[in-house]
Design a protein around this ligand. Structure first.
Ligand code: NDP
Length: 332
């Protein structure tokens, strides 16, 4: 098994002009190596629920603010705008395609929802269509969005492994896979995924799955880190399985995250994102608000104390809630 993720050390670009801050952030990991020669920036920008027509401006703003990792999916219907935003920002910053880490995802199909499971030819067509919409020659990470293909999961994974071998995707991964789903790939004699993108935050910590991933050299990428906030996905149509009781707990004046944020002089969102980064996970905060986009990227200028990390370890409530149908790692 490969040793888990070599760590690169460095300065957070966002703070590089502030010598005082720089002093405090020496020796903080900002990237992880997830495959030979492939470095994953730990702070990525999420784009789910950003409409295609708004994505170019918002993503351009995020890359200009310092994000060097952008996460999209064929299922988000915004790859054209995301690709345009990345290109515009790189052009203005005088950077090249190699300076940014771009992820997109294969929708695997789900017969229960009326979409047939994709086989090899469909996957190749999906991948090429994503590249075309992004207007890119390769992606840095291609992943299977969810383990919905049942008996055909292994067949789907084989195609992603081929895409990596051809250099069309520099790394490949899965999303919402549990231990059993990953062990199927191992039993088929295939290389294990470079990453598994799953819902992770203090209310859904999945300690057994994460331990299994780390033992097997699979880097966690946390999604929906901000679920505990009262401001998380409040607009109409931003469906999830978050309960009324959870909404109230997030909005409560005594929320432990509010108290910690005040103590560290940061926002509650920064506390939740820093929790993940401090545990070695990558994060993908999504926001359409420029001020939030900027603050969500500033995760290396403070550190959560061991005492607070321990208190947060005790806040696990079990399954994730970001998907309206419940946590997709439970799929058969
Ligand atoms: P996030 O955890 O990123 O939270 C986004 C929500 O929080 C939005 O409602 C946003 O509102 C609000 N918000 C953002 N920043 C702040 C802040 N500083 N203070 C207060 N509120 C804030 O949720 P997502 O579910 O979008 O997850 C992040 C990304 O992960 C996705 O965009 C996607 O790329 C990926 N993802 C992957 C999944 C998978 O199955 N693989 C599933 C879900 C997500 P506003 O925009 O108004 O600021």
């Amino acid at each position: 098994m490969p040793a888990i993720c070599a760590v690169e050390w460095g300065y957070n670009q966002f703070n590089k002009d502030n010598p005082n801050t720089q002093e405090r952030i020496v020796n903080q990991a900002t990237t992880r190596t997830i495959s030979a020669g492939v470095s994953l920036p730990l702070v990525g920008f999420g784009t789910y629920l950003i409409p295609d027509e708004e994505a170019a401006d918002i993503v351009q703003g995020a890359v200009t603010a310092g994000y060097r990792h952008v996460d999209t999916a064929e299922g988000y219907n915004n790859e054209v705008g995301v690709g345009n935003g990345i290109r515009r920002a790189l052009g203005h910053l005088g950077l090249g395609r190699e300076d940014i880490f771009v992820t997109t995802k294969l929708w695997p199909g789900n017969p229960a929802w009326g979409s047939p499971i994709k086989g090899r030819d469909d996957i190749m067509a999906s991948f090429e269509a994503s590249l075309h919409r992004l207007d890119m020659e390769y992606v840095d990470l291609y992943m299977i969005h969810a383990p919905f293909a049942g008996e055909r999961r292994v067949e789907q994974w084989e195609v992603l492994v081929d895409l990596k071998e051809k250099g069309l995707s520099r790394s490949v991964g899965v999303s919402n896979f549990n231990e059993d789903h990953i062990l199927e790939l191992e039993r088929a004699g295939l290389p294990l995924p470079d990453i598994n993108q799953i819902e992770l935050h203090p209310w859904s910590q999945k300690p057994d799955l994460v331990a299994f991933m780390l033992e097997n050299g699979i880097q966690p990428i946390a999604y929906s880190s901000l679920v505990p906030l009262s401001t998380w996905r409040t607009k109409e149509g931003e469906n999830s399985a978050k309960t009324e009781e959870m909404v109230k707990a997030g909005a409560h004046e005594d929320s432990p995250f509010k108290e910690m944020a005040a103590r560290y002089g940061v926002t509650e969102a920064q506390v939740l994102l820093r929790w993940a980064v401090q545990k070695g996970y990558a994060v993908l905060p999504k926001s359409s608000n420029p001020e939030r986009i900027k603050a969500n990227f500033d995760l290396f200028s403070f550190e959560i104390s061991a005492e607070d990390m321990e208190a947060m370890a005790g806040m696990d409530r079990g399954d994730g809630v970001a998907w309206a149908v419940g946590d997709p790692t439970k799929a058969e």
